[in-house]
Design a protein around this ligand. Structure first.
Ligand SMILES: Nc1nc2c(c(=O)[nH]1)N[C@H]1C(S)=C(S)[C@@H](COP(=O)(O)O)O[C@H]1N2
Ligand SMILES: [Mo]
Length: 533
């Protein structure tokens, strides 16, 4: 193919591709808008993205969490939109040659999306509606755009050719580009673009996240009947750069599979306690607020946290002990797991022998004096000190079912992660940051260490491979939280390596054996490299 004919082909493909893109954007916006009225998760992007997340092999998911962190969902959404952009352009080009080809491709796309939608947990018969209407709109708009495309840009010899231009009733201009048809194309295109923008804007206004946020902001939490003790003096060493003892809600790490944050209405929400129990029961949000509530400081950790990683945080939680709930239901002692279900279909399973052993395992409604933030599970979630979040921290909680491991498998267990998730003893250097450059002299080395429900008794550091030296530990309210530590370092010029290890109350120091996050959490010793000048 010569350069000039290649150029001609590209020019011919340009407007059809643009038409496909515009029609696709408009159709997607319409679908997005309709989804807000049905259920946000019925949006084609969210449903297909959710299906992609659930189907992603564990190692790839690990990779995504490691490399994109909490941004992993933006990366996925961007990827889906990029794929859609390419597909709609291809459909535009196909439709310009033979419109029926475009129709076939659009229907195929619809079948894929609708299949994914119907297979979402909690899917209803209405789930395919946004996609179907959106695709119908897109197809109609594509037809108009292709039809009103300037004459010279049409592909000779195919269906919408001279006839189409003729029916438009516009004479050919000198260059073969008819002024009228170009204007018609531009007007149609601009109209479609504007319609897409309006549909998106309206869908943003009606989106239920606003009403959930409004409902949440009206809630006034009661005081705990069993409040947390005031934090002891000196839990915060106040070294600049060191994580604060209490992690502010806005800074608390977030890890979940939810592509769009579940919006749960606290007025209609119910928590079911059922399964292997004598007296199943249901609680409303107000029922929970009127029960005796306990308040505790607990550190949460994610199993996907790398050595030295950020997925750990401490908050003051307000809730009802799981024991109170399961005793009231009369749990059958044969039940070996509490199987919790989220509003978005995600599930966790927690061993009953741990959840009900007397530790402060709870259904929580409050976090640091506020109703649970929406991203952290509003209106209610579970928390169990000592277990990683994936086996204990079900957010947007809707039911707790007493069950057996033999009978039911939770989300991550189905994906081969360990059934039990006890948190390893871990420590992290916050300052100096790795690869930091500091001035010679006295430099504080400081960080946090955690061994939930065993407690941190000692933190040591080793500089440049030397012997382990004790650090100074901050005060702690108990064994279920992390603990700050610091060391007064006389830093000499040069490049230095700092390592840290914690020892829990059993006397067992943190292992130096390197292990990745899958399938039961990472182990090893963090090494920070610092340049002193
Ligand atoms: N519904 C739901 N709950 C969930 C998850 C999830 O994906 N969906 N992830 C769990 C995991 S792996 C962790 S570590 C914690 C994280 O809680 P956070 O986001 O409030 O920090 O939530 C747990 N609860
Ligand atoms: Mo996690």
């Amino acid at each position: 193919m010569s350069a000039s004919s290649l150029l001609r082909t590209v020019r011919r493909a340009l407007l059809p591709a643009l038409s496909g893109l515009l029609a696709g954007a408009a159709g997607l916006s319409v679908a997005q808008l309709i989804a807000q009225f049905i259920e946000p998760n019925s949006s084609p992007v969210i449903a297909v993205g959710g299906a992609a997340i659930d189907a992603t092999p564990t190692p790839l998911k690990e990779y995504a969490i490691r490399n994109f962190g909490t941004n992993d969902k933006h990366v996925l959404l961007t990827g889906i939109l990029a794929v859609l952009a390419v597909l709609t352009m291809a459909i535009g080009i196909a439709a310009a040659r033979r419109f029926i080809a475009g129709v076939v491709l659009v229907v195929a796309l619809g079948v894929v999306a609708v299949t994914a939608e119907l297979r979402r947990p909690n899917a209803t018969a209405a789930y395919p509606l946004p996609t179907s209407i959106g695709l119908a709109c897109a197809l109609g708009l594509l037809y108009l755009l292709i039809r009103f495309r300037p004459h010279s840009m049409q592909t000779a010899g195919h269906n919408l050719t001279d006839d189409a231009a003729a029916t438009n009733g516009v004479p050919d201009g000198p260059s073969g580009i008819t002024v009228g048809s170009r204007r018609q194309f531009l007007i149609t295109g601009a109209g479609v673009g504007a319609a897409a923008a309006v549909a998106l804007a309206v869908s943003n206004v009606v989106t239920s996240s606003k009403s959930t946020a409004a409902a949440r902001s009206k809630i006034k939490l009661p005081k705990a009947t069993d409040p947390a003790k005031p934090l002891p003096e000196g839990v915060d060493l106040k070294v600049p750069g060191l994580s604060s003892f209490v992690t502010p809600n806005a800074k608390f790490y977030r890890v979940d599979t939810a592509l769009s944050t579940p919006q749960v209405n606290p007025v209609t929400w119910k928590l079911k306690i059922n399964g292997m129990v004598d007296k199943p029961f249901t609680l409303s949000y107000d029922d929970i607020l009127s029960m005796p509530l306990v308040e505790r400081d607990i550190t949460m950790t994610c199993v996907s946290n790398e050595v030295g990683g950020p997925y750990v945080g401490t908050a003051r939680w307000l809730g009802i002990p799981l024991k109170t709930l399961m005793n009231r239901a009369g749990m059958n002692p044969e039940a070996d797991q509490l199987f919790a279900t989220s509003a978005d279909g995600f599930t966790t399973s927690t061993p009953t022998r741990i959840a009900l052993d007397g530790r402060d395992a709870m259904v929580v409604v409050g976090m640091n004096g506020e109703p649970l933030p929406i991203a952290h599970g509003f209106p209610a979630r579970m928390i169990v000190p000592g277990l990683y979040g994936y086996v204990s921290g079900c957010k947007w909680l809707t039911s707790i079912t007493a069950a057996t491991y033999a009978g039911k498998k939770a989300y991550w267990t189905q994906r081969k992660w360990d059934i039990d998730g006890p948190i390893y003893t871990e420590s992290r250097i916050d300052v100096p940051a790795s690869f930091a450059q500091v001035k010679a002299g006295i430099v504080p080395i400081a960080g946090v260490a955690w061994a939930q429900h065993r407690g941190v008794d000692k933190v040591e550091i080793s500089i440049d491979g030397g012997g382990w030296q004790s650090t100074t530990l901050a005060a702690t309210p108990g064994i279920d939280t992390w603990r700050q530590w610091w060391f007064k370092w006389e830093a000499k010029p040069g490049s230095h390596q700092i390592r840290v290890r914690a020892t829990d109350s059993s006397g067992e120091p943190q292992t130096d054996r390197r292990q990745g996050t899958f399938p039961r959490g990472a182990t090893g010793i963090q090494e920070a490299l610092v340049t002193v000048s």
